[in-house]
Design a protein around this ligand. Structure first.
Ligand code: ACO
Ligand code: AKG
Length: 393
């Protein structure tokens, strides 16, 4: 059960009706902002910033943090070492390809948990000029070597959603036979519909028994969150993702979106600190040097800032115009003035700015606001509005 105060959630009763009788689910969050997130074009985190991001992500309450891929550079090794020694609550995971040198790099850092990955789709194998038999051999050897080195392994079959289903099973069973303890299903190119995710997770569970299943998804069709939710509903234990969905191409699944949807739409308790996510997102953007659409779910700047007059008229009853309370995200609500303002917007703005303006002047002020907005094609600032009040109010 979600622990969010139900008085702050205004999603109605439809979801509960639709989900009646379904098994209760739990969800673990595996953050890969530092590895798959850094694969976003042009993003380079230095070790100090990686440690800072790891602390931010840890503060969000995720269970696992993928600290990095040590074979990439000495800086990555340095960052992983610092993160491992930082006393974070989350389990710290490393990343290795299915090769002895990569596993040794993880083991040399004293890491106890790692994803070991190998491509398993024919397209990927052709690109690497590696046969199916050869990759099975690499998976078996690398996983066995990692286990011998004291590492708890999750096998991660790159592009597994496009793999031949029989070969998929052979590859994952090879990893289990070699000692892998968990299995990550990987939708590298985000080609799986939510229905396909459901199909594949249930299929793996049918032969993997109690082995924990991870879902690693991307967002090329805008379905990253939907896919992760489908995986959890089908019985996956861990969803991979990043803060803001940062990542290669259209990015990874966004952990904040998944957490919001699970808590507010599915009633699943996630332990995710929703009240901290907007601050964490803002800091990550500053470090990584990118901007987000202002209307982006959960972390977008505009979610609780309203311009439209018809909406401003209902602003005093937040559940009339918002699906959940802004307090869940610890963020303020507000009115801005512009072309789409209405008379109610003028009254609210006057109150917000402590301006005592007779109601009889509101219509003239609104006309002046619209004129500025239309002439300049932008919002009207508080200073401009205060000046209008001085002249017209
Ligand atoms: C492979 C991935 O998808 S890892 C995730 C993506 N991340 C990154 O690429 C991070 C940044 N990348 C890098 O720093 C570098 O590209 C590295 C360290 C990953 C690779 O360095 P390179 O020296 O260029 O290695 P390269 O890609 O040529 O691969 C070398 C060998 O690994 C094999 N290989 C590649 N991926 C895998 C894998 N997942 N499992 C097993 N073998 C693999 C290749 O077949 C090749 O084998 P061969 O020597 O027998 O032909
Ligand atoms: O190929 C990659 O980018 C590494 C593995 C991965 O994260 C993925 O396949 O989604």
């Amino acid at each position: 059960m979600s622990t969010i105060d139900p008085d702050l959630v205004w999603t109605g009763t439809l979801n509960a009706l639709a989900l009646a009788g379904r098994p209760k689910r739990t969800a673990g969050f595996y953050d890969t902002t530092l590895r798959d997130g850094e694969q976003a074009v042009g993003v380079v985190f230095d070790p100090e910033r990686k440690l800072e991001i790891a602390k931010l992500v840890d503060g969000l309450g995720v269970g696992r943090i993928e600290a990095g891929f040590p074979r990439v550079s000495d800086e990555d090794k340095e960052a992983i070492r610092a993160i491992s020694q930082a006393g974070l609550k989350a389990e710290i995971w490393g990343f290795a390809r299915a090769m002895i040198e990569d596993v040794d790099a993880v083991a040399d850092l004293g890491m106890k948990f790692a994803v070991v990955e190998a491509p398993i789709s024919d397209a990927k194998l052709a690109a690497l000029e590696v046969s199916r038999d050869k990759v099975l051999q690499r998976i078996g050897n690398a996983v066995a070597h990692a286990v011998k080195s004291g590492i708890h392994v999750a096998f991660f079959g790159v592009d597994s959603t496009r793999a031949d289903l029989d070969f998929f099973e052979t590859a994952y069973k090879t990893a289990l036979d070699a000692g892998a303890k968990e299995l990550a299903i990987v939708d590298t190119l985000a080609i799986a519909s939510p229905e396909a995710v459901d199909f594949l997770v249930r299929r793996v569970k049918s032969w993997a028994g109690d082995v924990p299943i991870h879902w690693h998804g991307h967002n090329d069709f805008g379905l990253g969150t939907a896919g992760a939710i489908a995986a959890i509903n089908a019985g996956a234990s861990w969803v991979h993702g990043t803060v803001d969905g940062i990542g290669e191409r259209a990015g990874n699944a966004s952990l904040p979106e998944i957490a919001m949807a699970l808590e507010l739409l599915y009633g699943v308790e996630t332990g995710f600190r929703l009240d901290r996510i907007r601050a964490a997102s803002e800091r990550l953007r500053a470090i990584a040097g990118y901007a987000l659409e202002p209307w982006k779910a959960v972390v977008g700047q505009n979610l609780f800032i309203r311009e439209t007059g018809a909406v401003a008229a209902q602003f005093h009853i937040p559940q009339a115009i918002e699906p959940y309370s802004s307090t869940i995200l610890d963020t303020p609500r507000g009115i801005v003035l512009g072309k789409k303002s209405g008379v109610a917007s003028i009254g609210i703005k006057c109150r917000d700015l402590g301006l005592d303006v007779p109601e009889a002047s509101h219509a003239a002020l609104l006309a002046a606001v619209k004129k500025i907005a239309i002439t300049n094609r932008r919002l009207v600032t508080d200073a401009e509005f205060t000046d209008l009040v001085r002249r017209l109010g």
